[in-house]
Write a protein that binds this ligand. Sequence first.
Ligand code: DC
Length: 222
Amino acid sequence: MGFTMAIDGPAGAGKSTIARLAGEKLGLIYIDTGAMYRAVACYFVENNINPDDCEEVKKACDSIVITIDYCDGVQQVLLNGRNVTPLLRGEATGKMASRVAKLGDVRTKLVSLQRDMAGKERIIMDGRDIGTCVFPDADIKIYLTASSAVRAKRRYDELVSKGQECNIEEIERDIINRDYEDMNREISPLRQADDAICVDTSDMGIDEVVNTLIKIYEEKNI
Ligand code: DC
């Protein structure tokens, strides 16, 4: 029987880490929808598509085929048959992703793909609109969040551990701006679904958050 656990929340709340780990423990297929928006962004960057030009956007949407595959349990995103997974986390792709995520044509295409992927599978899917738009009838909805200061600190630690120079105030400003963009866009803005359980991870470690999700799942008894 199909089963859907929807995880939504702002950038940097740890959605992908938590959803991947909880998915492994619960035997659910993890689907990262942010990576799909990033793959579309990759096409826009590589082909110099202007997201403000409706005609170009329509043409691009007709030419893009996104497929999801798994390699050792890790999601791979194919853009017109090419594995673009290693390119998705780059700065330019991330910036373009937040622009393409505002476009109706792009959202319609990706939401339909996301719904098709669920079918009879048991999945855990993360994004910004999973509980509100993609699966309004999801079996479990989680809104995963944390204060902007905590999210900035986590991102700062991640960058420092990779040897990158960065400024924590700047990172927090970026996070606040991204929250504003995500929550105030016209189509499918980020918000907590009325029937979602809010998990604030500001004072929680990864294991604690994963265990909280497992407990919620077990209590549902599905
Ligand atoms: O979670 P992320 O940073 O990989 O997401 C990339 C962009 O896509 C980000 O700007 C938010 C957007 N997004 C969205 O609008 N809806 C989703 N379901 C997933 C991501």
